[in-house]
Design a protein. Structure first.
Length: 205
């Protein structure tokens, strides 16, 4: 028989325990996606990676897609947090173009982005996953843009230039990150990033 909570303190403890277990399951799902691929990520594999029984996993997430939806939200939130943290750690007077490009490049080589890339590829033939990613990506793009706008006030006099610099940086660096998985030919990425920094400086108001 399940023990019933005896007071507010125990209810709070149970809520924290439940939240921790959910996070454990989400983290396990992300590791499965990175290590095994999306197609091989199953409820059983996620449960094994989380160190839980399948029943315990089902208690928190009735289906694999429920876990994937939570994982996508978690990944995008982590991306925003990492971007804010890396930019705010740049000291005053530093070369913002250089360090901002470095920070985003490092982010794109993190397992978080690898997991999102794997999901994006799988979504091409999975309409339910495509909808999950599309909705989450719209929310991420909006918050990412607003965060960048707040963090770079020196660009506020020319939003058009800001938009161009942001889009150029995002498209080039994300394309470079994808090339890690798809291209056998080696390219001089340092040279490309240096060129990107030069173009960003030219656009700065």
């Amino acid at each position: 028989m399940n023990k019933q909570p005896t007071g507010p303190g125990e209810i709070g403890w149970q809520a924290r325990k439940s939240a921790a277990t959910r996070d454990q399951i989400i983290s396990a799902a992300i590791r499965c996606i990175v290590d095994l691929s999306y197609s091989k990520t199953t409820m059983i594999k996620i449960s094994e990676k989380a160190g839980l029984s399948r029943g315990a996993t089902l208690h928190h997430f009735p289906s694999k897609m429920d876990i994937i939806r939570a994982a996508v939200e978690y990944l995008h939130e982590k991306r925003i947090q990492a971007f804010r943290r890396s930019i705010r750690e740049i000291p005053d007077g530093a070369d913002m173009a250089h360090l901002a490009v470095e920070a985003y490049s490092a982010h794109l080589n993190h397992p978080i982005y690898i997991a999102l890339f794997e999901l994006s590829v799988a979504a091409r033939t999975d309409n339910e996953l495509k909808e999950i990613l599309h909705t989450a990506q719209l929310a991420f793009d909006r918050e990412w843009y607003e965060t960048a706008w707040d963090l770079f006030p020196e660009w506020h006099s020319d939003r058009k230039a800001f938009d161009l610099a942001l889009n150029l940086s995002q498209q080039l660096m994300e394309g470079m990150a994808i090339s890690n998985f798809t291209h056998a030919r080696q390219i001089d990425k340092k040279q490309l990033l240096t060129y990107l920094e030069e173009k960003v400086r030219e656009l700065k108001p």
